[in-house]
Design a protein around this ligand. Structure first.
Ligand code: FES
Length: 919
C-alpha cells in the first residue's frame, strides 16, 4: 500500500504494509537510525519517540499507516551538527547526555513541551518526561537543559559554546567529544551499523529454572525456509565455556547436562531474517527433565538441598579475623544485632545486549559490541573457537549503557560461533525479555551485623555474616565475597573483627557485575546498622561516624592499611551542616502539618567507602602517535559506555601536553589498535588507564620538544607546545607539528610512543592483598517524605559529597554522581527482580523523571597518591550511600526499621503496622 507523509519537512512516499510499526519503517526502510528501540515494542521506554504533527508518540506502537498525510519529525530533523537546535545545544552544555541512547527520544519529547509551554516549571518538565526512561543521568541535567532552552528561546539568557559549569577550584568542564553526534542521532550504536547480507541470530533458551536437557532435535528447524544453520554444544570447536569470566557456565548446555536457571542457552538459530529465526526457534524439538529448583540461599544450604555442583552449593567463602571480639563486646555499652536483605537487580541499560560479527578483509573475525575489556573478550572467543587470538578482533562501538552488565562475554562468543560457521555477517540483539532472563543481575545479600559501641560513641567489635546469592552460574561470584567484606566494615576503626562472606549457588539468574560489584549491598547493611547504633546511643549520625572514621595510617577492618588518600574526614565535615539543615527543615515541616496529616518528613544519612581499581595488572599501557600531518592520536583501552571515558582520557592527555583536547583524536578499546589495559570495572579507568595516558602524553611531549629543539637549535626547556605548534618562549621561532612528524620519519624514529603506569613498586607482589586497598569515600543525606496511610515514599532532595581526588571533567563527575543516585533510589524504593515473574520494564519498576530528587553534588578533592593529577575512581562509588541514606530516612521517619529492600509501600505499611517490613 502506498503511504505518503512528510518526514523532517521532506515528502515521502512508501509502498509498505501499513500495519508495520513506524519504528521499523523509519529505521529499516528509510535508514534513519536515530530513533531507538529499547523495550520489545511495548511503549515502555520512550527511546523510539518521534513527533507526529508536533505530538510525541511511541513509534514502536504506531503503525506506519497512521502517519499517512501527517508531518513526522525524527531526531534527524531537529538539527544538525552545523546547525544545532537550542535544545541540542543545551543538552550538551548542561551534561544531559551520557550514553545517548535515550537522548533522541528525550529531545523530541522536550521539543513538543516547549512548543506548547513557553517557560515550563520543573514539575511540568518532570511530568512530561516521565515516559522517557534514562538510566544514566538521573534526569536533573535533562530538566536543566529544558529550562535553559526555554529561557534562551525567550531571550532571557544566551546560548554558550562551552559548558558553563565550573568544577572544584573553578576549573571549567570540557564538552563531551561525542555529544554532538549523540544529540543529532548520528551516533552508530551496534544495531545501527549496516552490513550487507547480515544474518539474524536467535537463541533457544531453557524455560525452566532447573532442568536436565534430555533431547535436542534441530532437524525440523533446519527445514524452515530462511534458516541457515542451527548450532548446539557439539558445534563448538574449542572450549564450551566462558573462561575465567564464569568458570561453571557453558556457552550452550550439552544434551545430558543441566540448565541451571531460566534462560540458560541451549541452541543458536541463524536465519536470513527475524521471522525465519523465530520460526526456526519454535520448530526445534527439545525435551527436558524438570528438576526441583530453589531461589533462596537458605534453601541452598538446607541439608536435603539438591547440590547444583559436585563441590556443593557454596561457591566461595572469605573470612577476616583480628582482635579479641569477646573482649570488645564485653567493653560495649550498646550492641545492635540486625539482619538486612537486598534484592536481585537488573542493569536495565537502555541499549539491549547487541553484537555484530563479520569477517574483515584480513579474514579476521570481528565482533562489534559494548564490553568492559575487548582483549579479554578476544581471548574468550578465541578459546571457544580454538583460534589464535590474533584471528579475532573486538571493537567497542558507542554503547548505550552497561553498569557492569556488558562485561558478560556470552553474546560475543555466540555471535562469533555463528559467523565462524556461516562465514557471513551475523547480528545478535537480545530482546528486552532475554536481557531480563539471561543477563547477570546484582547479587541479593542477606547480611547480619553485630556491632558494639561504648556509651561515649566509640565502636568496639564487629561481627558480620554475609550470604550472597550468585544464581545458577558463577559470573565472577567467587571473587564477590572479598568485595562484600570490604563494604561490610567500611571506613571505620574497630577493636576486633570477625567476618565471614559466602557466595552461594541457587537456581536464580546468574548474578554478576553491577555498579559497585559486591560492595553496595554490604555497605547498605553496615550503614543501616550504624544508624541503628547511633540511634540507640542517641548520637548524631554524622558525628558518630566522624568519631569512628578510619585514620589514614591505621589498619582497616580488612586487617591492613589503605593504599590511597582517604578523604573521609573532609567528606563528613563538609556534609555535616547540610544534614543538620535538612533535619531542621523536616522538623519545621512536620510541625506545620495539620493534626490529621498523614505526611511526615524525615532525613537519613549514610557514609561509605568503595574499593576501586579491582584486580588486573598493576602495569597499564597507553600509546600516542603523531601522524605525518601533525595530528595526535591517542590509543588506549577504556571502554566508554556513556560515562565519558573517551572525553576524560583525551582531557588528561591534553592537560599533560598543554594543548586543547580537540586537537587529540582517540581510538579507544579496539584490539586491532589499542593496548590491553585489563578489565575496566570497579571504576578503574580514570585511575589506571588515565595514569597510563598521562605518562604517554608526557613522553610524547618530551619527544616533540626534543625533536623541535634540534630543528630550532635551542634547548627543549625553552620550548612550549601550544595549539598545533611548538614555539620558543624566548623568540618568535616556532614549528608546526607536521614538520616534527616529518623530522621523526627522516630520523627513522617511531612517531608512536608508549607510556606505562606501573604501581607494582608501591604494591610489591607477595606483600599486597589480592585486591589493592584503593578507596574513595563519600556521604549522602536524603530527605524523605512518607505517606503513613499508603506507605509511599518520595525523596525530594539528596545532598551528595564525594571525594574524587581530582575531577578530570567536573561536569561528567557530577553526572556520574547524579546518575548513580537515581539508580540507588531505585534500589531503595522500587527495583526487585523476581525470578519466574519479572520479564521486562512492565513489571520491573525503574525510577522515572517523576522519582528524581533535587540533587546537590559537592565534589571534594583530596589528591590521590598515584592517579593522574590526583584523580580517583568515582563512577560506582556514588551509588553506595544512596539506598542506606533513604532507608535510614524512612526508618527514622516512621519509627520502625526497614530491613528489606526495596522499601515498597507494602513493606513500609507492614513495618508501620507490625514492626516487620516483610509484607
Ligand atoms: Fe539516558 Fe544513557 S543517557 S539512557
Amino acid at each position: 500500500m502506498k503511504i505518503q507523509f512528510s518526514l523532517n519537512t521532506q515528502p515521502v512516499t512508501l509502498d509498505v504494509d501499513p500495519t508495520r510499526t513506524f519504528l521499523d519503517v523509519v529505521r529499516k526502510e528509510l535508514g534513519l537510525t536515530g530513533t531507538k528501540q529499547g523495550c520489545d515494542y511495548e511503549g515502555e521506554c520512550g527511546a523510539c519517540t518521534v513527533l507526529v504533527n508536533n505530538q510525541p508518540v511511541r513509534s514502536c506502537l504506531t503503525p506506519v499507516g497512521k502517519v499517512a498525510g501527517k508531518q513526522v519529525t525524527t531526531i534527524e530533523g531537529l538539527g544538525s551538527p552545523d546547525n544545532l537546535h537550542p535544545l541540542q545545544q543545551s543538552f550538551i552544555e548542561t551534561g544531559a547526555v551520557q550514553c545517548g541512547y535515550c537522548t533522541p527520544g528525550m529531545l523530541l519529547t522536550a521539543k513538543a513541551l516547549l512548543d506548547r509551554e513557553v517557560l515550563p516549571e520543573r514539575e511540568q518538565i518532570l511530568s512530561e518526561m516521565a515516559g522517557n526512561l534514562c538510566r544514566c543521568t538521573g534526569y536533573n541535567r535533562i530538566v536543566e537543559a529544558v529550562e535553559k532552552t526555554a529561557q534562551i528561546l525567550q531571550g532571557e539568557t544566551e546560548q554558550r559554546d562551552s559548558p558553563p559549569l565550573p568544577g572544584p577550584l573553578g576549573r571549567e568542564s570540557t564538552r563531551r567529544i561525542d555529544a554532538e553526534e549523540k544529540v543529532t542521532g548520528r551516533t552508530k550504536f551496534v544495531e545501527d551499523i549496516k552490513h550487507p547480507g547480515t544474518l539474524y541470530l536467535q537463541v533457544l533458551r531453557s524455560p525452566h529454572h532447573y532442568a536436565r536437557l534430555l533431547e535436542l532435535d534441530t532437524g525440523p528447524a533446519e527445514k524452515v525456509l530462511g534458516v541457515i544453520r542451527v548450532l548446539t554444544a557439539s558445534d563448538i570447536p574449542g572450549e564450551n565455556g566462558l573462561g575465567d569470566y564464569s568458570s561453571h557456565e557453558p556457552v550452550l548446555t550439552p544434551v545430558g547436562e543441566t540448565c541451571k536457571h531460566q534462560g540458560a542457552p541451549v541452541a543458536l538459530i541463524i536465519a536470513a531474517d527475524q521471522k525465519a529465526a523465530n520460526q526456526g526457534t519454535e520448530a526445534i524439538s527439545v525435551h527436558y527433565q524438570v528438576l526441583p529448583h530453589f531461589f533462596q540461599v537458605d534453601e541452598a544450604l538446607a541439608e536435603d538441598a539438591p547440590q547444583l555442583y559436585p563441590n556443593g552449593n557454596i561457591l566461595s567463602r572469605n573470612t577476616i579475623n583480628h582482635g579479641d571480639l569477646d573482649l570488645a563486646f564485653d567493653r560495649s555499652d550498646v550492641i545492635v544485632n540486625c539482619t538486612y536483605q537486598t534484592a536481585w537487580q537488573e542493569h536495565s541499560a537502555l541499549e539491549r545486549e547487541t553484537v555484530l560479527g563479520y569477517y574483515d578483509n584480513h579474514t579476521r573475525l570481528c565482533l562489534v559490541g559494548g564490553n568492559h575489556e575487548p582483549h579479554w573478550h578476544q581471548g574468550y572467543i578465541a578459546a571457544s573457537l580454538d583460534l589464535d587470538p590474533a584471528e579475532v578482533r573486538v571493537i567497542t562501538p558507542p554503547t548505550g549503557g552497561s553498569f557492569g552488565g556488558k562485561q558478560d562475554p556470552w553474546p560475543f562468543i555466540a555471535t562469533a560461533l555463528a559467523v565462524y560457521h556461516t562465514g557471513q555477517p551475523v547480528l545478535l540483539a537480545y530482546s528486552r525479555k532475554e536481557s531480563f532472563d539471561a543477563s547477570p543481575k546484582r547479587h541479593p545479600y542477606q547480611v547480619t551485623h553485630k556491632l558494639g559501641a561504648t556509651r561515649e560513641g566509640k565502636l568496639t567489635g564487629i561481627q558480620v555474616r554475609i550470604d550472597a546469592n550468585t544464581g545458577g552460574y558463577d559470573a565472577h561470584g567467587q571473587y564477590l565475597t572479598d568485595f562484600a567484606l570490604s563494604g561490610a566494615g567500611g571506613p571505620y576503626e574497630y577493636q576486633a573483627v570477625d567476618a565471614v562472606a559466602r557466595s552461594i549457588f541457587t537456581n536464580g539468574p546468574k548474578a554478576g557485575q553491577y555498579r559497585g560489584f559486591g560492595s553496595p549491598q554490604s555497605s547498605f547493611a553496615l550503614e543501616c546498622a550504624l544508624d541503628e547504633l547511633a540511634q540507640a546511643l542517641d548520637q548524631d549520625p554524622v558525628k558518630f561516624r566522624l568519631a569512628n572514621q578510619l585514620p589514614q595510617e591505621a589498619n582497616s577492618f580488612l586487617g591492613y592499611p589503605v593504599g590511597e588518600s582517604l578523604g573521609y574526614r573532609e567528606v563528613l565535615e563538609e556534609i555535616q551542616p547540610h544534614y543538620q539543615s535538612l533535619v531542621n527543615q523536616a522538623a519545621e515541616f512536620n510541625r506545620s502539618q495539620p493534626a490529621d496529616s498523614q505526611l511526615r518528613k524525615g532525613v537519613g544519612f549514610s557514609g561509605m567507602w568503595y574499593r576501586f581499581g579491582k584486580s588486573g595488572s598493576l602495569q597499564v599501557k597507553a600509546e600516542m602517535e603523531i601522524q605525518s600531518d601533525g595530528k595526535l592520536i591517542l590509543y588506549c583501552s577504556g571502554p566508554d559506555y556513556g560515562q565519558g571515558t573517551s572525553t576524560a582520557m583525551t582531557r588528561i592527555a591534553a592537560q599533560e601536553l598543554g594543548i586543547p583536547p580537540g586537537q587529540i583524536q582517540i581510538i579507544n578499546a579496539d584490539t586491532a589498535y589499542t593496548p590491553d589495559s585489563g578489565i575496566q570495572g570497579a571504576s578503574r579507568t580514570t585511575y589506571f588507564v588515565g595514569g597510563a595516558v598521562q605518562k604517554t602524553a608526557r613522553i610524547m611531549k618530551h619527544t616533540l620538544l626534543t625533536t623541535a629543539a634540534e630543528l630550532l637549535d635551542c634547548p627543549p626547556e625553552e620550548l612550549n607546545l601550544s595549539e598545533n605548534r611548538v614555539a620558543s618562549c624566548r623568540n618568535d621561532q616556532s614549528l608546526p607539528l607536521e614538520e616534527i612528524g616529518r623530522e621523526l620519519d627522516r630520523l627513522n624514529i617511531s612517531r608512536r610512543v608508549s607510556g606505562e603506569l606501573d604501581l607494582s613498586p608501591y604494591f610489591p607482589a607477595g606483600q599486597r592483598p589480592q585486591y589493592l586497598p584503593l578507596y574513595v569515600t563519600g556521604a549522602q543525606t536524603a530527605e524523605v517524605l512518607v505517606d503513613l496511610k499508603t506507605g509511599t515514599v518520595r525523596v525530594p532532595k539528596i545532598t551528595a559529597v564525594h571525594d574524587v581526588g581530582h575531577a578530570i571533567n567536573p561536569i561528567d563527575a557530577r553526572g556520574q554522581v547524579e546518575g548513580a543516585i537515581l539508580m540507588g533510589l531505585g534500589t531503595a524504593l522500587m527495583e526487585e527482580y523476581l525470578p519466574g515473574h519479572t520479564a521486562g520494564f512492565g513489571d520491573y519498576y525503574l525510577p522515572t523523571s517523576m522519582s528524581a530528587p533535587v540533587i546537590e553534588t559537592i565534589l571534594i578533592e583530596v589528591p590521590s597518591f598515584h592517579g593522574p593529577f590526583g584523580a580517583k575512581g568515582l563512577g560506582e562509588a556514588a551509588i553506595v550511600p544512596t539506598a542506606p541514606a533513604i532507608i535510614n530516612g524512612i526508618s527514622r521517619t516512621i519509627g520502625r526499621r526497614i530491613r528489606t529492600l526495596p522499601a515498597t509501600p507494602e513493606r513500609v505499611l507492614s513495618a508501620l503496622k507490625t514492626g516487620q517490613d516483610r509484607g
